[in-house]
Design a binder for this molecule. Structure first.
Ligand code: AMP
Length: 476
């Protein structure tokens, strides 16, 4: 029996794969002007990278990490000798991108003393063993940024603005999302606040679920995030972090808001926004879709993590970032009718009228592709009639028929599939004629400024442009 994909995973096929590529392109276009460069870190790390970074009391670490074992590690575990695994044998698939990026930044000293911040962006699969549902997968895709070494509140505002620009660039209109903002304080003010929330939970223990009662000791702030509606209501009455911030955190938060206000970025202050990962300090934010995504309405979020470098064994270095979920961004794009990339149709289908002309047809296909056209051709030995049917399926606007008659008449027959007009053109003119049929002449002036028109064919100016290749991409 064939095997199906694992629960909570998706195959990205056709338009879905195109959309993922499109989203990475949009991310690059938006992030590059802010000075962000791409980074790729491994899909698995030593589990400790996540355990220490994300926090032992978080759901992600406690319940959702996929363990990875090498064959010798697996042998130890299956023999009941898991305790003998060394740290570098305890591996896990990455559940998020920040901890691995910070590990890489420490390992490669990406933020040396006195240097400008390292600004990095990534796109890739993340893995969490969650209960799958719409918008919640076990392998999902995130696009994220990390700004390492910037303490200024302007950096917080800039990262948030960049996120909103990214959302906008994907065609998700500002009115369909809301930006939630909070400050979670720092080491100076959060411990006292945690204690206050813990005391509140204990005082309301009989009204809260078992998980929330347990959180009173381990991670009281997570009770704000409980999925249980009743717990949510009870936690409405808990102390607010906004009343507990120390003067430095308060000042930082005010400054972030002032920058956002000055740029006209609307936000809702949510003193109960505590994000699910332990490493956040001060600014946290989340972008939610207002309608249509049900309970999985967060398309992304992030914040500041000024202690993460030290937790991960590095020098004190502040940092902040965000991650947005591809699958939920797509749902948001669909919900507000944003354009999604469509499958690309070929410009021309080259049909072979007789096998005796296969080599000429093969050469024509390559020639047209070299000129930049998208070309399809039969590779299954179909009849001419069935090649035309296939060209129709591909929605090719032009079919180029090549056979003994066409070659005898001087070249190749171009058939406009819209008007049904046909004409035989010389093989070496096929590219220029095809460009004409596709209405591409206007845009075909040589990009190098030599003033020549050259259809989709090679630039005919014959110049080396100051020793540089011709900018039009024609290989000159
Ligand atoms: P987080 O890393 O938990 O802050 O999540 C950032 C974003 O990643 C969320 O707002 C979602 O858009 C996306 N995300 C997180 N977990 C999942 C999941 N299991 N399935 C799909 N998307 C997810």
């Amino acid at each position: 029996m064939p095997t199906n994909k694992p629960k909570g995973t998706e195959d990205l096929i056709g338009n879905d794969a195109l959309t993922w590529a499109y989203m990475r392109d949009v991310a690059e276009q938006v992030f590059t002007p802010y000075g962000y460069a791409p980074i790729e870190v491994p899909m698995f790390e030593q589990a400790d990278v996540f355990v220490h970074g994300i926090g032992t009391s978080t759901d992600v670490v406690r319940k959702e990490m996929f363990t990875v074992l090498s064959p010798d590690g697996y042998a130890k575990v299956s023999q009941g000798r898991a305790a003998e695994l060394k740290a570098d044998q305890r591996l896990a698939l990455r559940p998020e991108g920040t901890a691995g990026t910070v590990r890489a930044a420490i390992e490669h000293n990406l933020v040396p003393q006195g240097a400008a911040p390292a600004k990095l962006w990534y796109a890739g699969s993340m893995f969490r063993a969650e209960r799958p549902q719409k918008g919640r997968l076990r392998e999902f895709h995130q696009i994220g940024v990390e700004c390492l070494g910037a303490s200024d509140p302007a950096a917080d505002a800039e990262v948030i603005i960049m996120f909103m620009r990214f959302v906008e660039a994907l065609g998700i209109d500002a009115a369909s999302v809301r930006l939630l903002l909070n400050s979670m304080g720092d080491d100076a003010c959060r411990p006292a606040y945690r204690d206050a929330v813990s005391a509140y939970i204990n005082a309301h223990a009989d009204e809260l679920c078992e998980e929330c009662r347990r959180r009173a000791d381990t991670n009281p702030l997570r009770a704000f995030d409980c999925k249980n509606e009743h717990c949510h209501e009870v936690m409405e009455g808990a102390p607010k972090i906004s009343d507990a911030l120390c003067p430095e955190c308060r000042e930082h938060y005010q400054a972030v808001k002032a920058y956002l206000d000055a740029q006209g970025i609307a936000y809702i202050e949510d003193p109960r926004l505590v994000r699910g990962l332990d490493y956040y300090t001060r600014t946290v934010f989340e972008v939610q879709v207002i309608d249509g995504l049900g309970s999985q309405n967060a398309i992304g979020g992030g914040g500041r993590y000024d202690k993460l470098f030290e937790t991960a064994g590095g020098k004190p270095t502040c940092g902040l970032g965000f991650a947005a979920g591809f699958e939920r961004l797509v749902l948001a794009m669909q919900a507000c009718g944003a354009p999604l990339p469509q499958a690309i149709c070929p410009d021309v289908y080259v049909a072979l009228a007789d096998p005796s002309c296969a080599s000429q047809a093969f050469a024509l296909v390559q020639q047209l592709r070299d000129c930049g056209f998208i070309v399809e051709a039969d590779r299954q030995g179909r009849s001419l009639k069935s090649q035309f049917k296939q060209a129709d399926k591909f929605q090719a606007p032009v079919v180029a028929v090549i056979g003994p008659d066409e070659l005898a008449a001087g070249g190749v027959k171009l058939r406009d599939m819209g008007t049904h007009d046909e004409r035989v053109v010389a093989l070496d003119q096929a590219a220029a004629e095809l460009a004409g049929l596709l209405g591409l002449e206007e845009s075909d002036e040589c990009g190098c400024g030599c003033g020549h028109e050259h259809g989709h064919g090679a630039c005919d100016c014959g110049h080396e442009h100051d020793g540089q290749p011709c900018e039009c991409g024609c290989d000159r």
